[in-house]
Ligand binder design. Sequence first.
Ligand code: FAD
Length: 334
Amino acid sequence: MSHTILVIAEHNQSALRRVTLEALQAAIDVVSGSSGTVHCFIAGKQEKELQASAEHLLRHGAQHCYLAVDEYHDSLQALTSLPPLLVVIEDLKPDFIIAGHTVYGRELAPRLAARLASGYIADVTAIRVENEQVLFTRPIYAGKAFETRLFQGSSPHIVTLRPNNFLPADEKNGELFTDLSEAISLANQPAAPLSVIVESVAKRISKGIDLTEADIIVAGGRGVQGSEGFKLLQELADELGGAVGASRGACDAGYCDYSMQIGQTGKVVTPKLYIACGISGAIQHVAGMSQSHTIVAINKDPEAPIFSIADYGIVGDLFEIVPLLTAELKKLQA
Ligand code: FAD
């Protein structure tokens, strides 16, 4: 069975987000071994930058890219993206539409599903093809169980993928391409005028690693006892090339900013390594990090629930253990 898949790309006007390359690879895997095709839709303000992103996607295995260029696409918003996207969908008639389970994707996908009277499966962490059916797995009950769903009824079927759960597309996927420009077309439908205007964007200057895309996260809870304690975690994260996250307990206590909160009402993360320091492991926290590949917990209470989901547990005082870990890592780098 061959499928036509449309991937909705996301970028920060200069670079593609990693989740887009993950969605691209997931789409390529679904069509692999068939005559199915993978296309991308990308909206933005600057045509030159979109062209560069489109070429990147083509080199990584997309067959065709649709560019929607409009000043209203300055910041990616679902309502402005919808008109050109609907025209592309009408033209392409994709079987599946895949976006990242991000702020943009989560706003866009249900609106699309409503407009197209289509099904939508959110927060997908795995896709497999079995007996010609495409099956989508997603966590439920705050990550305590997984369910596998499939679509029925008419397409397009809409899916959002949880970041960091799929390998990003590789450059070798696209080696058959000779003339990239032929594979790019403009989606001529203008964007919808903004019904909500972004007055200003205050960019948080962080050490550059987006929590949702970080491979390594060192997270702190109420046990960290203050912003000074978080400096210890930052030092460990710096040694590991990771980012620092937090429990809501730590955010509520004013130890760190809410942008660092991980959990049910914070960010959902899936790093390769998650080091939880002074975090008890409440279900609302676990909902946002239980899919991490390897979980290390440091807690002085041997009964702390976090140990039940940890791959490695260290019972002890984080103020002794974290500096020791950092010092050992420094020795390795020396
Ligand atoms: P605590 O539960 O107080 O745990 C602190 C831990 O630190 C303890 O286990 C203690 O043994 C350990 N400790 C103390 N000192 C040390 C030391 N020196 N060394 C080592 N260990 C030490 N929480 C989230 O995190 N994210 C969410 O998104 C979220 N959403 C929520 C939504 C709702 C609707 C509700 C009701 C709650 C939500 N919560 C969320 C809150 C959640 O229920 C917990 O209250 C919170 O996760 C607890 O944070 P904590 O583990 O840092 O603090």
